[in-house]
Design a protein around this ligand. Structure first.
Ligand code: GDP
Length: 304
C-alpha cells in the first residue's frame, strides 16, 4: 500500500533513474495520479486542469536529476509549483501609516469569522496593539454575544449596537453600516490603533449579503478586507471565493478549520481564482489556534 502521491509515483518510476530527460509519456503517466491526488485534496476541477497543464509544460524536457527518479522529479515539480502558487512571500497585515488600521472580516455564515476576530485581536494585542472589536453581524442570533465572549478571552473590548440582545436566540437590531461607522469613531476617540469588524454571513452566497458587506466596506474604507473560508468547503470554494471577490472585494484570505480532515485543496482553488494571498490559517476553536499561513506545509498536506 502506498499512501502518498510521492510514494505512488516513485514506485511507478523506480527503474528509470538517470534516464536523461522527462518525456511526454513519463509526464502523461503521472498526470493521472496527480489529478487524483489533487481531486482527493478537494482542489476544484477547473483548477486541477489548469494546474496540471502548467506542471506538464514546466516538466517537459527538464533534466532528470541523478539523485531522483522521474517520478520523484515530477513530484518535486508539482510540490514547487504548489508552494509558488500558494505563497511566495508571506503577506502580513498592512497597518495604516497614520491613524487607525481597519480590518474587516467577510465570509459565509459558519466560516469562522467571529472566532477569528477574537484570535486576531489576541494576536494584535500581544504584538503591542490596542485593538477594538466591532460587532456588525446583526444577522445571526448570538453572534454579538459570541464576539463579546471572544473579546473577553482576548482581553479586548467589543463595540456592539445598543440596546444589546436580550436573549441568545435573538439577533441584535440596528444598521450594521452605522455600527461599523460608530465603531471606527469610537476607536478614534479612545485611541485604539486597530479596529476589527465582524460582519454577517449567510449560509449561501446571496445578493443582500454582498450588498451589506460592500456598503460597510464603502462606509469605513478598511485597510484590509479578509475573506474567511472554511477549508472543508471543498468544490464550492471556487464559486464562493469568486462571488466575494466580485461582490465585495478582499485583500487577503484566512483559511479556517485546518485542524479537521480537509486536505486543503480550497487553499489552491481560492488562490488560483482570485490571486489573493492566503495570510492566516485557523486550526481550532481556542485563541492560540491561529498561525501565519505556511505554503510549504499546505503543499505537503495536499500531496501526502
Ligand atoms: P461565523 O458564522 O463565520 O462567525 O463562524 P463562527 O466563528 O461562529 O464559527 C462557526 C463554528 O466553527 C463555531 O462552532 C466555531 O467554534 C467553529 N470554528 C471556527 N474556527 C474553527 C477552526 O479553526 N477549527 C475548528 N475545529 N472549529 C472552528
Amino acid at each position: 500500500m502506498f499512501n502518498s502521491l510521492s510514494d505512488r509515483l516513485s514506485s511507478t518510476f523506480k527503474n528509470l533513474k538517470g534516464k536523461g530527460r522527462l518525456t511526454e509519456a513519463d509526464i502523461d503517466a503521472t498526470a493521472r495520479e496527480i489529478r487524483r491526488a489533487l481531486l482527493d485534496a478537494d482542489v476544484a476541477v477547473p483548477v486541477v486542469r489548469s494546474f496540471i497543464a502548467g506542471v506538464k509544460e514546466r516538466a517537459l524536457g527538464e533534466e532528470v536529476s541523478q539523485a531522483l527518479n522521474p517520478g520523484q522529479q515530477v513530484v518535486k515539480i508539482v510540490n514547487d509549483e504548489l508552494v509558488t502558487i500558494l505563497g511566495g512571500e508571506t503577506r502580513h497585515i498592512q497597518h495604516a501609516k497614520t491613524g487607525t488600521t481597519i480590518i474587516m472580516l467577510v465570509g459565509l455564515q459558519g466560516a469562522g469569522k467571529t472566532t477569528l476576530a477574537g484570535k486576531l485581536a489576541h494576536q494584535l494585542k500581544s504584538q503591542g496593539h490596542t485593538p477594538l472589536l466591532v460587532a456588525c453581524d446583526l444577522q445571526r442570533p448570538n453572534a454579538v454575544k459570541q464576539l463579546q465572549v471572544g473579546g473577553e478571552r482576548a482581553g479586548v473590548p467589543v463595540f456592539a449596537p445598543h440596546p444589546g440582545v436580550s436573549s441568545e436566540f435573538e439577533a441584535a437590531t440596528g444598521d450594521p453600516v452605522q455600527v461599523a461607522r460608530d465603531g471606527v469613531a469610537e476607536a478614534n476617540s479612545r485611541y485604539h490603533d486597530v479596529v476589527i469588524i465582524d460582519t454577517a454571513g449567510r449560509l449561501g452566497v446571496d445578493q443582500e449579503l454582498m450588498q451589506q458587506a460592500s456598503d460597510i466596506r464603502a462606509a469605513v474604507n478598511p485597510n484590509e478586507v479578509l475573506f474567511v473560508i472554511d477549508s472543508m468547503i471543498g468544490q464550492d470554494a471556487v464559486a464562493t471565493a469568486q462571488a466575494f471577490n466580485e461582490g465585495v472585494g478582499f485583500t487577503g484570505v484566512v483559511l479556517t478549520k485546518l485542524d479537521g480532515d480537509a486536505r486543503g485543496g480550497a487553499a489552491l482553488s481560492v488562490r488560483h481564482v482570485t490571486g489573493k494571498p492566503i495570510m492566516f490559517a485557523s486550526t481550532g476553536e481556542s485563541l492560540k489556534d491561529f498561525e501565519v499561513f505556511h505554503p510549504d506545509r499546505m503543499a505537503s498536506r495536499i500531496l501526502d
